[in-house]
Design a protein around this ligand. Structure first.
Ligand SMILES: *Cc1c(COP(=O)(O)O)cnc(C)c1O
Length: 340
């Protein structure tokens, strides 16, 4: 069967770089949403916790429940109704109207819309939100925002940072007025964290850098991260093809001279890309994907029992005109993850 190998050494290398840049392990919240970007929720949660990370970020309550035992604090980004709750959880408030859906007495991080214009309340709604939450005995444990363009050399990053600085001031004065504890503040994803030279927020929410990638413009001084995931496939069968014979759907690859070809057990049904004849891709060992990727198989000019399909997704991302996030995140949950 196809399998995914997770390199503990590379993951720890990345977490070390990230923690050093953030200031300490306490200042890192590892983002584990969407099956840890395809790497395996439980596998990465266990490893990050073993490394000493205490905070995690997920998308749903179900994800939070699976990893509850490994972290002190878990931020849940987008869950609107709750049938169970734990004090390990901090729920992101994405709109004023959701205040009434929250469990009484829970902990909340208010998301503030500083320019992304997707989720969050407006800076001018802060006081209304805080008063609404207090009415339901809810603890405001954090205030956060998200950058829309931290990976590009554009002014957006500075503009949103200055809007958020004002948000912090406003929240502090509201908290003083109402005798509330000051919540934690956080605004940085991977790209934004590495744009700071003296990171001074309470923590950063680090996703893609944990897994070994960063999408920033190359003009920035980028850390030496290492990809954590590699995809492997097993041989199903081999055959000798004659010059002129074609491989796969659409018969788009014509064999140029007699050659040994094998089929391997990974395809777009496993969440791998449906590469086609116009995309010239070679595996790390130099084997070519011949013709189109099928649902459950690909053909390579190899006879190895097992081949590594990729160990670094950047080339594939470029070929497919997408970002590293998409290629790892779409890998099926059913592929076995093995930590090495
Ligand atoms: C996904 C996500 C992150 C992580 O972003 P990376 O670019 O992968 O580091 C941080 N914050 C929020 C709100 C997110 O949704």
């Amino acid at each position: 069967m196809a399998k995914i190998l997770i390199s503990k050494e590379n993951l720890f290398h990345n977490l070390e770089l990230i923690s050093n840049h953030a200031g300490s392990k306490e200042k890192v919240a590892v983002v584990l949403k969407d099956n840890a970007y395809g790497h395996g929720l439980l596998e990465i949660a266990k490893l990050a916790s073993e490394f000493g990370i205490k905070k995690a970020v997920v998308r749903t309550l179900d994800e939070a429940l699976i990893i509850k035992q490994f972290f002190d604090d878990i931020l849940i980004l987008s869950q609107r109704t709750f049938n169970t709750y734990s004090h390990t959880f901090h729920i992101a408030l994405n709109s004023l109207e959701d205040i009434n859906n929250l469990p009484m007495g829970c902990k909340v991080h208010i998301k503030v819309d500083t320019g992304m214009h997707r989720n969050g309340i407006l800076p001018k709604e802060l006081k209304e939100a805080i008063l609404g939450l207090l009415k339901r005995n809810i603890i405001i444990s954090g205030i956060f925002t998200h950058h829309r363009n931290a990976d590009c050399l554009a002014t957006d990053f500075f503009w949103q940072s200055s809007v958020f600085r004002q948000v912090k001031e406003d929240v502090k004065s509201i908290c003083e007025e109402l005798s509330l504890a000051i919540p934690s503040f956080h605004s940085c994803n991977s790209s934004a964290l590495f744009r700071h030279n003296n990171f001074n927020e309470d923590f950063a929410r680090v996703g893609i850098a944990t897994y070994g990638y960063i999408e920033n413009d190359s003009t920035f001084n980028l850390p030496n991260l290492k990809p954590v995931l590699s995809l492997w496939a097993k041989k199903i069968s081999s055959r000798e093809l004659k010059k002129g014979q074609c491989i796969g759907y659409g018969a788009t690859y014509k064999v140029k001279e007699d050659m040994q070809v094998s089929t391997y057990d990974v395809g777009y049904g496993d969440g791998f890309l449906r590469l086609n004849e116009n995309q010239d891709y070679s595996t790390p060992k130099g084997y070519k994907i011949l013709g189109r990727v099928s649902m459950d198989s690909i053909s390579l000019n190899s006879s190895d029992e097992e081949v590594c399909i990729f160990e670094d997704v950047r080339e594939l991302a470029k070929l497919q005109n997408t970002i590293s996030y998409e290629i790892t995140t779409t890998l099926s949950k059913d592929i076995k993850r093995v930590v090495i």
